[in-house]
Design a protein around this ligand. Structure first.
Ligand SMILES: Nc1ncnc2c1ncn2[C@@H]1O[C@H](COP(=O)(O)OP(=O)(O)OP(=O)(O)O)[C@@H](O)[C@H]1O
Length: 313
């Protein structure tokens, strides 16, 4: 990573009617860096991205893309490639035809276009489907072609909006390695996501936006260590759906239920020994766990902590 910032935002403020949506956000994404912008629905992520792309004029603060303001200087917008959440591809055209079309739309022509298409096919690992109609491809391939369509004009900053929505684990790993390859060739990457597992594994830095403010920023490992020190996450999986008595026993042990996978979780500095004691106590209370796991805390835990600060505030 170099120190050269491709994107800089100072004190971004935005007001829709009388509602403050952004309340003084600073942001810097450097050449060769992956930055994940995280935050709950309505935190202001899309509003910030629209300002970065020059599609929205902030009511306060400044944006610089490669040192130029994208709102007053449309040429600065060429610095950015945007990969939208929804696939923006022509299903009846082949991968190559799609890339050629998007390349022309972004002003690349002739020999330069052929070179750009070849490079996009290579970087997104879609060469083996070059002549297949996009509509026939798997979801993971489509997402990678979607990235290919955004990099034909060789943007210095690539913005990806929720790149893993609806993508299975294998396809997600392939997407991550495409994003890393782009970072390694010097592209600055801004990923807007709700996928905390992806952000934790992929991003060099993450920023949490909450109610229009950046409340945390840093390298995922450093943030997790700062927040949790020696604590580990204990995860309890049940073999059957919890009834009221089971729920009471689990809650009595300080366990909370995770949305999505239904596992019960708590943080504990006692690690494996604490998990063993917990197992015994739960069995005495008539709760038989299928499995108890112990692992390092994740961004998911940090996100929960940030949400709790909000409730406490
Ligand atoms: N054009 C608009 N006019 C008025 N309010 C808007 C407009 N666009 C967005 N908002 C409001 O601004 C707030 C922030 O929206 P934004 O889309 O930036 O959040 P977000 O963090 O991207 O959320 P999500 O993760 O759901 O996409 C929301 O409350 C939204 O309703």
């Amino acid at each position: 990573m170099s120190d050269r910032p491709i994107l800089q935002v100072w004190g971004a403020e935005h007001r829709f009617d009388d509602r403050m949506i952004l309340r003084g956000v600073d942001l810097k994404v450097r050449q060769g860096e992956i930055y994940a912008l995280l935050g709950p629905n309505g935190a202001g992520k899309s509003t910030l991205v629209r300002a970065v792309c020059g599609r929205l004029k902030l009511t306060g603060g400044e944006v610089a893309l490669d040192d130029k303001d994208p709102w007053s200087n449309p040429a600065a917008r060429r610095v950015v490639g945007v990969v939208p959440q929804d696939l923006a591809l022509y299903p009846h055209l082949t991968v190559r035809e799609n890339l050629e079309t998007f390349g022309r739309l972004s002003g690349v022509k002739g020999r330069a276009l052929q070179d750009a298409v070849r490079q996009a096919l290579r970087l997104t690992r879609t060469e083996d489907r070059e002549h297949a109609p996009v509509g026939h491809l798997s979801g993971g391939y489509k997402r990678r072609v979607n990235i290919g369509a955004a990099i034909l004009h060789q943007p210095k900053l690539l913005i990806l909006d929720e790149p893993t929505v609806g993508v299975d684990i294998d396809a997600r790993a392939a997407l991550d390695s495409v994003i890393r390859a782009l970072r390694d060739m010097g592209t600055a990457v801004l990923v807007v996501t709700h996928d905390l597992d992806q952000a934790g594994g992929l991003a060099d830095r993450v920023g949490f936006l909450r109610e229009g403010r950046k409340v945390l920023e840093g390298a995922p490992h450093a943030l997790i260590e700062q927040a949790f020190g020696a604590e580990m996450e204990i995860l309890v999986e049940l073999s059957v759906e919890a009834d009221a008595a089971t729920e009471a026993a689990l809650a009595g042990e300080g366990l909370t239920r995770r949305e999505g996978d239904g596992l019960w979780t708590r943080l504990d500095a006692g690690g494996y020994a604490a998990a063993g004691r917990l197992d015994k106590r739960l069995r005495r209370a008539g709760v038989v766990p299928r499995e108890i796991r112990v692992r390092e805390p994740s961004l998911q835990n940090l996100f929960t902590l940030v949400a709790e600060w909000r409730r406490a505030a």
